[in-house]
Design a protein around this ligand. Structure first.
Ligand code: NAP
Length: 496
């Protein structure tokens, strides 16, 4: 293991980490090339240059992976919970042993600053430890029927082979959050990471294999034709579950495909988080929280504060402090020392961010800082603060997914709660106030699966993560995360 801090990353070390990363498909415990030999390029978003090529799965490869998962299902389900737990705990340990290499690989393929990549790797590892502990605690029940006589024996069984589809913005953690509970519950899986960031998940496949995951229990494939490869597998009925993290538009399409065979689904979809600062908030803490909620992952997070509502009496001061902090951020390659904001994932995403910013400005928003793309080979956007963002601006409804803080004043609690809820999304909202009574009242009134009360980050492997409305179905992590991969079975017992 090599110690990596931003100062020690040399071009040679970057090349070395990429050279050592697995680049084939992981199917039935084997590393294989795509049938037909297709490959897809992985691009470093901080330079726009190709990092490497990885195997590009065809429909046949998809079938191979799903059939391997089907064959391995009975054995994985029969593996004692303690053994499944041991695989997960060993995975946790191996991830930590390789944290520096995994973080560097992630920074290279996705762009986030190295310190944040390291944070994500540790966060991903934690899902394996959490579910290692949950694997041995799958419980059931025994109950006398209300009318007496018979008994209810309730047991829980794995759902079966599962298809897991993950986005590019958290290349390792979103997969860990699914594979961890799947193994804990005894479900085999086929994971498809986003084509833009396959390297982190493929590296996880290598670790899971070393940790003792039985052949076929975990299959991982990258493909440039995700719809073509995945749709027949989803519609086949061989898989019994789809767990998806990504945009609401793709999630909707996949839900339709799942309807064919009535698959169990978990859907972690898009967000449009509001960040509300009341007049009695501790402004220093609120600015710290907004920096986290907005700038974590360079703004490319489903939990990112998309709409920042600040009480009219403090918006000027809040805007001044936030602008100071945002304009101090160093933008650059995530491997470079001191960089706090990496590139957008690609040119399309950078251009979309600019389009939303220009749209808000044309509707009357004022620029406090930023509001421009940066020149050069990478896909950089300058950290931006806009104020007086009007209700008509597209960014009030659409995910910005970039380093843009959009401030709007409000006058009353009633008005702001209505504004927070005027979106089809419902993933997370943030509330800053020193009044516990108001904090809880607002937390209960806003329509979202999660609320950060005086805190700018809510994700934790030990807590249930997920949204309501069009932000999704189901919860990942926490004590209930494993339930997504378990069926409840009733055995009714006659006693007379
Ligand atoms: P996306 O375009 O929906 O893609 C997500 C995944 O779905 C990728 O692996 C993608 O593969 C795949 N995909 C796309 N079309 C597909 C199809 N027809 N059939 C099967 N798979 C398909 O989302 P993204 O741009 O990668 O990620 C950003 C979105 O994810 C944002 O909306 C964000 O809010 C959301 N997100 C939500 C959470 C949460 O927990 N709620 C967490 C993180 C991100 P390819 O790209 O390779 O085609």
């Amino acid at each position: 293991m090599t110690g990596t801090t931003a100062e020690t990353v040399t071009p040679h070390r970057e090349a070395d980490v990429v050279a050592q990363a697995p680049k084939q498909l992981f199917i039935d415990g084997q590393w294989v090339d795509a049938r037909g030999g297709r490959t897809l390029d992985v691009v470093d978003p901080s330079t726009g240059e190709v990092l490497c090529a990885v195997a590009d799965a065809s429909e046949e490869d998809g079938w191979d992976a799903l059939k391997a998962a089907e064959r391995a299902q009975a054995d994985l389900a029969a593996l004692p919970p303690r053994k499944r737990s041991d695989i997960l705990m060993r995975t946790f340990e191996l991830i930590h042993e390789r944290i520096d290499d995994l973080a560097l690989l992630m920074t290279l393929e996705m762009g986030k600053p190295l310190a944040e990549a390291k944070g994500e790797v540790a966060y991903a590892a934690e899902f394996f430890r959490h579910f290692a502990e949950e694997a041995t605690r799958i419980d059931g029940g025994y109950q006398t029927a209300p009318a007496g006589g018979s008994r209810f024996l309730v047991t829980r069984q794995p759902v079966g082979p599962s298809i897991l589809i993950t986005p590019w913005n958290f290349p390792l953690a979103m997969g860990a959050r699914k594979i961890g509970p799947a193994i804990a519950a005894g479900c085999t899986s086929v994971t498809k990471p986003a084509a833009q960031t396959p390297l982190s998940m493929l590296a996880l496949g290598e670790i899971l294999s070393e940790a003792g995951a039985p052949a076929g229990s975990v299959n991982i494939l990258a493909t440039s034709t995700s719809g073509k490869v995945m749709e027949p597998l989803i519609r086949s009925g061989i898989a019994r579950k789809l767990s998806f993290t990504g945009s609401t538009s793709v999630g909707r399409k996949l839900l339709e495909q799942c309807a064919d065979r009535v698959l169990r689904t978990s859907m972690e979809l898009g967000g449009n988080a509001a960040f509300v600062v009341f007049e009695d908030a501790d402004l220093d803490k609120a600015v710290d929280g907004a920096m986290l909620a907005k700038m974590r992952n360079s703004g490319e997070a489903c939990t990112a504060a998309n709409r920042i509502f600040v009480h009219r009496s403090v918006i000027e001061e809040f805007g001044r402090r936030l602008t100071e902090r945002m304009s101090e951020l160093t933008v650059g390659r995530g491997v470079d020392d001191g960089v706090k904001v990496g590139p957008m994932i690609d040119a399309n995403q950078r251009d979309k961010v600019d389009e939303l910013v220009q749209d808000a400005i044309s509707g009357g928003a004022r620029v406090l800082t930023g509001a421009e793309a940066l020149d050069g080979g990478g896909f950089f956007y300058r950290p931006t603060v806009l104020t007086d963002v009007p209700e008509s601006a597209r960014m009030r409804d659409e995910e910005i997914f970039g380093p843009v803080a959009a401030l709007t004043p409000f006058d009353s609690e009633e008005e702001v709660v209505a504004a927070v809820n005027s979106t089809e999304y419902g993933l997370v909202n943030y509330v800053y106030t020193e009044s516990l009574r108001r904090g809880l009242r607002v937390a209960e009134s806003v329509e979202s699966g999660m609320v950060g009360l005086n805190q700018g980050v809510v994700s934790n492997p030990a807590a249930p993560f997920g949204g309501v409305k069009e932000s999704g179905l189901g919860r990942e992590g926490g004590p209930t995360g494993i339930d997504e991969f378990l069926e409840t079975k009733l055995i009714g017992i006659a006693m007379d």
